[in-house]
Design a protein around this ligand. Structure first.
Ligand SMILES: [Zn+2]
Length: 389
């Protein structure tokens, strides 16, 4: 067929130009893909009348609504109604959108109905049996896909570790994933008064297939009657959504720019779940005399008017004595107190390259969830600000 230029082609070209400039415009947006776990015939966990697929969707839509108020943010949903989307497609939706962050939202469940609290996962190898169990449970949905044996050839749903050989290379993404996870867990703990079960690494199919900083949030246990009621309630979902949206905004501001909106979170005075055995650890009197914010200076020659890099290795509601035996043998530990939270950091340097080496050192000591933080004149600044110098 011979190509003849006519009006139809002209319109096509014009609309192509529009499409290109539009995509250039949307490229400058911070894109977040929100993934509501499960859907349709995949109910996820069900306990006491609480259904995981409904709770995850309700929370995701609330997170999206908050994020969408910022014109600088573009939100994609893997599902915005009760439909079935397979795990690989969920990740691919984020990949195709070139998302800056991928956030998958789930509810936990356990035969032990006493268990409660929230935890956030990043992709990785797990040494812990309970993390592998969570991954196994969330991955098991692939067996509901008709063609799963050919589609996931070589993958054994009972052995989530078999996912690991293929990826591991995404180091940069891992660091930012951990940073996002830590912001989420911190918000759950400090802003919502929820039990913080920490950040873990485990091989989740939905995380494995996505190529950007990404987390999977187990917002809480619906197998626990009190926490299930909270997660199933309008107020609980609203608060969880605000805590997640706030963490996403903080990631955006620190890595992408823009300003932080005010997200009012009504903190519950009492913990969502009362448990007498859990509350004793924070009551211990610390033996050492360092004040919050005081830095145990060991490195001389640090210029505090420039960016000072440290490695955050741990955050805790309890104060921990700064001796190496409490930190897997690491010395030169300092801490800051932020919103009732102690953040423990290793090392101190004006050189980002040194900080990166120190990050590897602490990971070798088992602090897999560590990340680099920056200060100037003792005040925390974003990595972006620090690196701009
Ligand atoms: Zn789930």
């Amino acid at each position: 067929m011979k190509f003849k230029f006519n009006l139809k082609h002209f319109t096509l070209i014009i609309s192509l130009i529009f499409a290109v400039s539009l995509s250039a415009q949307t490229n400058s947006k911070f894109k977040v893909t929100l993934d509501a776990g499960h859907g349709a015939h995949d109910f996820g966990a069900t306990y006491h009348g609480y259904v995981e697929k409904n709770i995850t969707l309700a929370i995701v839509l609330k997170v999206g609504k908050i994020l969408e108020q910022d014109p600088g943010i573009q939100v994609q949903y893997t599902r915005n109604n009760d439909t079935f989307v397979d795990l690989v497609e969920r990740a691919n939706i984020a990949n195709r959108a070139d998302a800056s962050l991928f956030v998958s939202i789930h509810c936990n469940a356990n035969k032990n109905q006493e268990a409660y609290g929230s935890e956030t996962y990043v992709m990785g190898l797990s040494k812990s049996a309970s993390s592998l169990d969570v991954a196994k449970k969330e991955n098991s949905v692939i067996t509901l896909e008709a063609d799963y044996k050919t589609k996931y050839a070589g993958y054994n749903p009972n052995s989530p570790e078999s996912l690991i050989s293929a990826t591991i290379a995404q180091e940069e993404n891992l660091e930012q994933s951990i940073e996002l996870a830590s912001k989420i867990q911190e918000n759950f703990d400090v802003k919502l008064n929820r039990k913080d079960r920490g950040i873990h690494q485990a091989p989740f199919m939905v995380l494995h297939k996505a190529f950007m900083p990404r987390v999977l949030i187990e917002t809480g246990f619906i197998s626990n009657r009190e926490e299930g009621a909270y997660l199933n309630s309008e107020e609980g979902q609203q608060n969880v959504a605000k805590a997640i949206a706030d963490a996403i905004f903080r990631m955006k501001v620190e890595h992408f720019g823009g300003s932080m909106p005010t997200i009012e979170i009504k903190k519950s005075e009492k913990p969502v779940v009362k448990d007498s055995t859990q509350k004793t650890t924070t009551q211990e009197k610390p033996k050492e005399t360092t004040k919050p914010g005081e830095v145990k200076a060991e490195n001389k020659g640090i210029d505090s008017t420039k960016a000072v890099y440290k490695i955050q290795i741990k955050a805790s509601a309890a104060k921990i004595e700064l001796k190496p035996s409490n930190f897997n043998g690491l010395d030169n530990i300092s801490f800051v107190s932020e919103k009732g939270y102690y953040k423990y950091m290793y090392g101190e340097s004006n050189d980002y390259e040194i900080a990166k080496k120190q990050l590897q050192e602490v990971k070798a000591r088992g602090y897999n969830s560590s990340f680099i933080v920056a200060f100037r004149k003792g005040v925390k600044i974003t990595l972006n600000e620090a690196l701009k110098q």
